[in-house]
Write a protein that binds this ligand. Structure first.
Ligand code: ADP
Length: 391
């Protein structure tokens, strides 16, 4: 059978060589214009081609790098090369790119962090591997600076928290000692002023009578303030937490407030309340007592108070609510009212010392929770507090 040979003319061959040259030049231009250092190595890891960026980055001339092992620039692992080779040979459709962070070594021995993107390259001379190398010294420095700044910040926050806790304890101790020690001389003063009032009222001139009245009233108020302050600093002191049924606590509170509830025709609705495993019953009672009596005290004139007490489990915490239809609170005061001795009304409008909600806040925090209020002036308020019952 005759064999058919296709003879190519020399012109055709020349054209093909020219075309290949052009393609090669294009490839080299592309390599040179790449923003990263580009190194092409053969299957044995021998450098075949490098671009200008590689010369700048590593400090070798092209001549010093060509035909040397790529390990002189960075310790590329051979298993990575093998993996990429097999990908290239399988003609895998996935790009088969591996990204690694390695240590580059300059000619002068200086080491620096690099990010290397390795990918297989099928060429006429066989399978090659291209490595795009990026100097990430600045990125690493930035990461280190951020890490150190975070550690510093965390340390500072811890120090400040510890300092604040210590100062808080000192202040509480001071409030306790001061209010405790003030009680005795105040008892004596108010006892004698009352005696003075009882024995001499009407026997001195009217101005003296008025002055004595003022002192009696003021010392009475001071007694209440000091007792409140002492109670406040005693919250959680030396008490043990145990199993508490909130339904029983609220029932006791309502029994204690029976007269004021009847007097003001208050309607109280209570939902199913939880059983808490680690709670302070006296403190919890005081919390409910404060909220319920405030709801009655700050009722809307001419409208019968309606109070709704409820609880629901949210994110593993119990969230209690005490809702009223009272006078409400303006938005700008919603946080301020929880600060000790902060009141929004004069004593002549509503009686009180402004310590009740500070008590409530401390009690909620004692139970690992918090307290807040939502309110609409003229419509009513809902006080919420949470108790983390897992401790
Ligand atoms: P006190 O009741 O002695 O004034 P609190 O600390 O209990 O002190 O309350 C602080 C302030 O918060 C009150 O003076 C009042 O203005 C406001 N407040 C508290 N509870 C309510 C409520 N249920 N409705 C409207 N205002 C309230």
């Amino acid at each position: 059978m005759p064999v058919a040979f296709t003879l190519r003319s020399s012109a055709e061959l020349e054209a093909e060589v020219e075309q290949r040259k052009k393609a090669e030049e294009k490839f080299r231009n592309l390599l040179e214009s790449a923003p990263d250092s580009m190194v092409i190595v053969n299957e044995q890891g021998i450098i075949q081609l490098v671009n200008a960026q590689t010369v700048n980055m590593f400090g070798y001339t092209r001549y010093e790098m060509i035909n040397e092992k790529v390990c002189m620039l960075m310790p590329i692992r051979f298993d990575v090369l093998d993996h990429l080779k097999s990908k290239g040979m399988q003609n895998d459709s996935s790009p088969g790119i591996t990204k690694e962070e390695l240590t580059g070594i300059r000619k002068n021995g200086e080491q620096f962090p690099v990010e290397v993107c390795l990918s297989p390259l099928v060429t006429e001379e066989g399978l090659m591997l291209s490595a795009a190398i990026r100097d990430i010294s600045e990125k690493k420095l930035m990461e280190k600076t951020i890490r150190e700044a975070n550690i510093n910040l965390e340390r500072k926050v811890q120090q400040r928290t510890a300092e604040l806790e210590r100062k808080n304890k000192e202040l509480e101790q001071f409030a306790y000692v001061a209010s405790h020690d003030l009680q005795e001389p105040l008892q004596t003063t108010s006892g004698f002023v009352q005696l003075l009032h009882k024995k001499y009222h009407g026997r001195l001139d009217p101005t003296a009578d008025q002055y004595i009245d003022y002192v009696v009233q003021a010392s009475g108020r001071m007694k209440t303030l000091i007792k409140d302050l002492l109670d406040y600093s005693r919250i959680g002191r030396g008490n043990e937490s145990h199993l508490v049924d909130c339904n029983v606590i609220v029932r006791e509170v309502l029994a204690d407030l029976h007269n004021v509830v009847v007097e003001n025709e208050v309607y109280i609705k209570t939902g199913q309340l939880p059983l808490l495993h680690n709670a302070f019953p006296t403190e919890l009672k005081s919390l409910f007592q404060n909220l319920v009596s405030n709801s009655i005290k700050f009722r809307k004139p001419g409208i019968k108070p309606v109070i709704h007490i409820d609880a629901q489990q949210i994110n593993g915490c119990w969230q209690f609510s005490v809702k009223d239809n009272g006078i409400g609170i303006e938005e700008q005061y919603l946080e301020r009212i929880f600060v000790i001795f902060q009141r929004l009304h004069t004593r002549s409008t509503y009686d009180g010392s402004g310590i009740g909600l500070a008590h409530c806040k401390k009690i909620a925090e004692l139970h690992g929770g918090k307290i807040w209020v939502q309110s609409e002036p003229g419509v009513g308020s809902t006080f919420y507090f949470t108790i983390a019952d897992g401790h």
